[in-house]
Ligand binder design. Structure first.
Ligand SMILES: Cc1cc2nc3c(=O)[nH]c(=O)nc-3n(C[C@H](O)[C@H](O)[C@H](O)COP(=O)(O)OP(=O)(O)OC[C@H]3O[C@@H](n4cnc5c(N)ncnc54)[C@H](O)[C@@H]3O)c2cc1C
Length: 484
C-alpha cells in the first residue's frame, strides 16, 4: 500500500484520460499528476468556460490545497473575508439582522476560523484551478466532443471516440463530462431526469451596475463599507439569496417553472421576463420592491433561467472491467441548493487519484471499485440532504427561524464538512479491498468508519417517494442515522 506522506509520489505508470474540464476534471488532472499518474484532458468546448455565478464550496473540497501553495494563496485572496449573513422575508421585512459568519460559528460551538465551507464566485475559483493545471503543464485538447466510451477488458484499456472520429485510449478513462454523461451507456444505464417544477433565476455582474439606482446601491451595500454580505430571502414556496462583494453582485431566486428554463448555464433571459413572473408567489405578499429594482439593474444577457432537475442515485459508476469511471455530476447530480455539487465532485477526484496510487498499475480495476465503495453512499446521502434542504428553504416556519436562525439556512452537517477524502482513502483502502474479496455487499460493509450519517443504512431510494413527501407537506424521509 502507498503512503500519504510520500509526496511527491513516484511515477505509477498509469496513463489517464480525463473527459471534461469542469471542477471534477480539473481536480482529477491536478491530483492524478501529484499522485504520479500521467494525464491528458479532453474538452468539447473551444476554450475554458468561466460562466456561472456563485456556489458553495465545502471544506473537504479545499483540503487538497495544502499540497498546492499557489492554490491555497489564491483561494484565500478570492474568498470572502469577514462575511455577514442576514435573513429577510421575501416581502422585505428583516427577520435576522446581519451577523458575522464567524460569530454564528462561535455560537454553534464551531471554530470561527475554519468554516464548514464558503460561498464562492465560480469564475474566480474556476480560473484558479485552470492556472494550476497550466502550471503543471497538463495539456488540454479543446474542441474534442466525446460521443462514446469503450473498454477492452483483455488489454485492460478504456477508450473514447470524439465526434470527428478520433479514438483515444488509456489505462483509465475518467468521465468527468457532467450530467447526461456519454459514458452512461457503457457504465450503467441512463438515469432519468425529472422536472422538479422549480427553476432558478441567477445573475452575477460587476457591482458598478448598482450605480444605476442609488436606493438599490444603498440597500445592498457592504457592511461597514468593507465586509461582504449574504442576504437570504424566504417566502412561501420560494427563496432567494443575494451576495454583495466589493467587486461583484450576485442574486438567485427560486421560482415555479415558467417554460423558458433549461439545465444550461447559458440559458439567459431578459429582466422584463423575470419582473413579469416574479410576483406569481403563493400568498398575498409580493417581492420587496428593492429586489425588483435589483433585477432591473442587472445588465442584459446576464440572468440565467436554470431548470432544477432531479435524478435518482445510481450505484454503477464504472464499466464492467473498471477502466472507465464517472466522477462529479456525471456520476451523481445535485440541486444547486444542496451546496454539495462542486464539493462532492472535487472529493471524488481526490479520492480516485489516491486509490489509483495506492493500488498501482497492477490493480487499477480494484482501485476504481474501492473508490466507488468509499464514495457512493456518501453521495447518495448528500443528494438526499439536498432535496431536504430545498424543501426547507421553500417552506419556512417563521416562528422556528426566530428561535434558531439555522432553520433558515441549508443544513450542512458535520458528516459532510469534516471529511478528508485523501486521508480516508489511505486509511481505508485495504479494509475495503478485503471486504470486496470476501464478497461483502457494499450496503453491508461496516469494515470502515462511515463518511455519511452514523447509523445510516443504505437502501435504494427514488425521487418518487421524496416528491410524494414534499407534495404532501411531509418532511423528506432521510432514513435512519445521525443526520444532524
Ligand atoms: C459553465 C458552467 C457554469 C457553472 N456555474 C455554476 C454556478 O454558478 N453555480 C453552481 O452551483 N454550479 C455551477 N456549475 C455546475 C457546477 O460547477 C457543477 O455542478 C459541479 O462543479 C460538478 O462539476 P463537474 O466537473 O462534475 O461537471 P461540469 O461542471 O458540468 O463540467 C463538465 C465538463 O465536461 C464538458 N463536457 C460535457 N460533455 C462533454 C463531451 N461529450 N465531451 C467532452 N467534454 C464534455 C463540459 O463542457 C464541462 O466542461 C456550472 C457548470 C458549468 C459547466
Amino acid at each position: 500500500m502507498g503512503s500519504i506522506s510520500t509526496d511527491p509520489y513516484p511515477k505509477t505508470g498509469i496513463d489517464i484520460l480525463i473527459v471534461g474540464t469542469g471542477l471534477a476534471g480539473l481536480t482529477a488532472a491536478i491530483e492524478c499528476t501529484r499522485k504520479g499518474h500521467s494525464v491528458r484532458l479532453l474538452e468539447r468546448n473551444a476554450d475554458i468556460n468561466t460562466a456561472g455565478d456563485m456556489y458553495f464550496m465545502g471544506l473537504p473540497a479545499t483540503r487538497f490545497f495544502k499540497h498546492w501553495p499557489e492554490m491555497a494563496a489564491e483561494y484565500s485572496t478570492i474568498s470572502l473575508h469577514n462575511a455577514h449573513i442576514a435573513t429577510f422575508k421575501h416581502s422585505g421585512e428583516q427577520i435576522i439582522p446581519p451577523l458575522k459568519v464567524a460569530e454564528r460559528l462561535r455560537a454553534q460551538g464551531l471554530d470561527p476560523n475554519t468554516p464548514p465551507g464558503a460561498f464562492q464566485i465560480r469564475p474566480l475559483v474556476y480560473r484558479m484551478f485552470v492556472r494550476q493545471v497550466e502550471r503543471l503543464g497538463i495539456s488540454i485538447e479543446f474542441n474534442r466532443r466525446v460521443v462514446d466510451y469503450f473498454e477492452d477488458e483483455e488489454t485492460g484499456k478504456g477508450s473514447v471516440v470524439t465526434e470527428d472520429g478520433q479514438r483515444y485510449e488509456a489505462d483509465v478513462v475518467i468521465a468527468a463530462d457532467g450530467v447526461g454523461s456519454k459514458s452512461q451507456k457503457l457504465v450503467g444505464g441512463e438515469v432519468r431526469a425529472r422536472g422538479s417544477g422549480r427553476a432558478m433565476w441567477r445573475a452575477a455582474f460587476p457591482i458598478e451596475h448598482l450605480d444605476k439606482n442609488p436606493e438599490v446601491k444603498e440597500f445592498f451595500k457592504l457592511v461597514n463599507g468593507t465586509d461582504p454580505i449574504v442576504r437570504t430571502w424566504l417566502g412561501p414556496m420560494t427563496y432567494a439569496m443575494t451576495l454583495t462583494r466589493e467587486d461583484v453582485m450576485v442574486w438567485l431566486l427560486n421560482h415555479e417553472v415558467t417554460g423558458t428554463e433549461a439545465e444550461s448555464w447559458h440559458n439567459t433571459i431578459s429582466s422584463s421576463e423575470v419582473l413579469a413572473d416574479m410576483d406569481k408567489v403563493r400568498g398575498p405578499a409580493k417581492w420587496a420592491p428593492v429586489f425588483k429594482e435589483l433585477v432591473k439593474c442587472t445588465p442584459p444577457n446576464t440572468i440565467v433561467n436554470f431548470a432544477l432537475l432531479w435524478r435518482d442515485p445510481q450505484p454503477s459508476w464504472a464499466s464492467p472491467g473498471g477502466r472507465v469511471i464517472q466522477i462529479g455530476d456525471a456520476a451523481h447530480s445535485y440541486l444547486p441548493s444542496s451546496g454539495n455539487g462542486a464539493t462532492q465532485a472535487i472529493e471524488d477526484a481526490v479520492s480516485l487519484a489516491s486509490c489509483l496510487q495506492i493500488g498501482g498499475r497492477e490493480d487499477v480495476a480494484q482501485s476504481v471499485r474501492a473508490h466507488i465503495r468509499m464514495r457512493f453512499v456518501r453521495n447518495a446521502c448528500a443528494q438526499k440532504l439536498g432535496f431536504a434542504n430545498a424543501a426547507r428553504l421553500q417552506d419556512t416556519n417563521w416562528e422556528k427561524v426566530k428561535l434558531d436562525p439555522r432553520v433558515a439556512a441549508p443544513a450542512h452537517p458535520k458528516w459532510v464538512w469534516s471529511h478528508d477524502p485523501e486521508a480516508y482513502a489511505y486509511e481505508n483502502y485495504d479494509k475495503v479491498v478485503e471486504s470486496m474479496r470476501k464478497g461483502v455487499p457494499f450496503e453491508e460493509d461496516d469494515s470502515i468508519p462511515p463518511n455519511y450519517p452514523k447509523g445510516y443504512k443504505y437502501e435504494p431510494w427514488s425521487m418518487d417517494k421524496i416528491v410524494d413527501d414534499m407534495n404532501n407537506g411531509r418532511p423528506v424521509d432521510l432514513g435512519p442515522g445521525d443526520w444532524a
